[in-house]
Design a protein around this ligand. Structure first.
Ligand SMILES: [Zn+2]
Length: 338
């Protein structure tokens, strides 16, 4: 019996050395220590052992069983660990790899802004940027906007204090430039502006481009020519421009500028409300009062100024129905404009 115990223990030892997986070790356990396993059978054979030896042999069988259990458990733990490591390695996510890279793209507003700036740079304009937090002085006073003008109302403007506000247009850079530079001046000013307004066509924050040209002998004809070049390069070569009389405090005369509808080509459609024209910007000849406020001799120099919303141009160019879409940062919306 002692011999039989030793034989089985050696046999299990040998099989364990050859084993190479948790599953194989499980099989060994069942084969030898299972309910009808070979080693378990020894205990059943104990009844045939002479009663005098039964205690000693029984003890040996139990010791052998404990040894086998330990050997199996040890080997099993070894392979379990190894297999887990292998599984982890195979399931590891390599964050540097992906199914096609998600490449970012330029926001439609930035794209349109850059295109427009390129056009004006080509016409000899310098690009200037100014502060978004402005003083009442630069935002209103120097531009000839009187204290009782509705644009200065709390309902329209975000005030920080009585004299500090979020600029309502990029025009303060006109006076800032005219106060610090001598003509000839040709600048375009892109930037964010703020107004207390929020619906499908108005956002409390939007982007403008302001243009200013102050030289000797500047007239509305120069303005119209520049804006025609802008309209044709931004939309199509066939785009037409028309002026309608208007009023702005800082220009005299002032004009509303329409372009022929990019969707119907002027025949009339839903976008242009059947008129064939779309209003895109306000412009005019710089009011002599503004020039004088900024220390420029209005008898010698004249100038034109214009301003428009980049967002509105982007909406027209890409057929975007709601301005708010451009500020929601929905990737599915933005990736259409790659
Ligand atoms: Zn139309």
């Amino acid at each position: 019996m002692t011999e039989k115990i030793k034989q089985l223990v050696d046999k299990v030892k040998e099989l364990l050395e050859k084993a190479s997986s948790v599953a194989e070790i499980g099989d060994i356990r069942v084969t030898f220590l299972g309910k009808s396993g070979e080693y378990t059978g020894l205990l059943r054979g104990l009844k045939d052992v002479a009663p005098a030896e039964r205690g000693t042999i029984g003890k040996l069988i139990n010791e052998g069983k404990v040894r086998l259990e330990n050997m199996i458990a040890e080997k099993e733990a070894y392979f379990r660990k190894k297999e887990e490591a292998k599984k982890l390695a195979s399931e590891k996510i390599d964050v540097t790899l992906s199914k096609g890279y998600l490449i970012g793209s330029t926001h439609p507003i930035t794209k349109v802004k850059n295109e427009i700036l390129d056009t004006f740079i080509g016409l000899g304009f310098a690009v200037k940027e100014g502060p978004e937090i402005e003083t009442d002085y630069y935002n209103f006073q120097t531009l000839g906007i009187p204290a009782d003008h509705p644009a200065r109302d709390m309902q329209d403007t975000f005030y920080i204090s009585e004299n500090i506000l979020l600029r309502t247009h990029t025009s303060p850079m006109q006076s800032r430039t005219m106060l610090s530079e001598k003509p000839p001046i040709r600048i375009v000013v892109p930037g964010k502006v703020y107004r207390a307004d929020d619906d499908a066509t108005h956002s409390p924050i939007f982007n403008q481009i302001e243009g200013l040209c102050v030289e000797e002998g500047i007239s509305l004809a120069h303005l119209k020519n520049m804006l025609e070049i802008f309209a044709k390069s931004t939309f199509t070569k066939d785009t037409k421009v028309r002026f309608r009389p208007s009023y702005f405090p800082f220009t005299e005369p002032s004009v509303e500028v329409d372009i022929s509808c990019s969707m119907c080509g002027g025949k009339g459609c839903r976008l242009c409300k059947g008129t064939g024209w779309i209003e895109v910007l306000g412009a005019g000849i710089v009011n002599p009062v503004v020039l004088e406020n900024c220390g420029i001799d209005s008898k010698k120099y004249s100038g034109f100024a214009f301003g428009f919303g980049i967002d509105r141009i982007a909406m027209l160019k890409y057929g975007i129905p709601d301005i708010r879409l451009m500020y929601e940062n929905d990737v599915n919306f933005l990736k259409q404009y790659k």
